[in-house]
Design a protein around this ligand. Sequence first.
Ligand code: ATP
Ligand code: FE
Length: 338
Amino acid sequence: IYILGIESSCDDTSAAVLCNGKVLSNVVANQEIHTKYGGVVPELASRAHQQNIVPVIQQAIQQANIDKKDLHAIAFTRGPGLMGSLLVGTSFAKSLSMALNIPLIAVNHMQGHVLAHFIDDETQQKPPFPFLCLTISGGHTQIVKITNYFTMEVIGETTDDAVGEAYDKTAKILGLPYPGGPLVDKYAQLGNPKAFKFTKPKMDGLNFSFSGLKTAILYFIQKNVKENPNFIEENLYDICASVQYTIVTILFDKIKKAVKQTGITHIAIAGGVSANSEIRKTLKATEEKYGWTTYIPKFQYTTDNAAMIAIVGHLKYLEKDFSETTTVATARLKVQEG
Ligand code: ATP
Ligand code: FE
């Protein structure tokens, strides 16, 4: 079964072809344009999607070495995301499914991040049900309990900023280019995580808060730069390491709590921030430390990509869970809403 996946929820235009859950191609066009604005500009994002969508899909089909007539269904991201961006992928998917006379399958982007674990790839192990997934991305921070492919329950989430935002805002304060998460990660590996101390938020239960940390970092930097204008340059690695240490501690305090509460010890991570080296290392270490079994996605399935949309499409295809051509893009969509 050949499925074409289309992802256009934010600033990456992506298309992928899967054959029975195996990735034949996964093309991602990043939009450079946002770097100079220090964040995603919605109007520019939808414009770039319009320019990229046809060549990206053509490339995905070509790389898969198939003809578009071989496709069995078209899966596309219906939400959540930026409306102008979602509309490009949604409209294109509908038109193509109509032209090829094959089913259309609407996919929830957040389910895509989680179900990327079920892409058929020798380097990835599939988690057994039920498992917990820490989904950490540019717009979300959630602990999700997954009972089967399409039964997901959010048992904890951020009450303000997402982890990805915390990373990107820290990077911005430090004068690093957008998106700063990967750079903070890179520099953190060269610094001392105990060099500076940031207070962790007091949040009951399984919910998170990251906005206080962002403010704490801002004040800390402003105060020190006033005393020493070269403070950032001289301490960049230590600052990044200390911030990363704080973020990782906040995340793992909550996962440990979630394990205790649910009794589930199969733990997965997903979303762009799950590319983070320290988070990966810390999760892996829990296998020996606490006896958990952990599931870490391949790098190319962490940040936005169409392979994760296509795998959801594949799973829905098997259930004959098709969408009407009247389906609309939805900017706000909860993970449990298929
Ligand atoms: P959402 O999925 O919530 O709609 P999104 O699709 O914009 O948001 P993703 O593409 O999943 O988000 O993730 C992007 C985020 O991941 C950015 O904030 C980026 O800085 C962060 N990120 C990527 N690599 C790393 C890394 N190595 N360390 C920390 N953060 C990272
Ligand atoms: Fe995403």
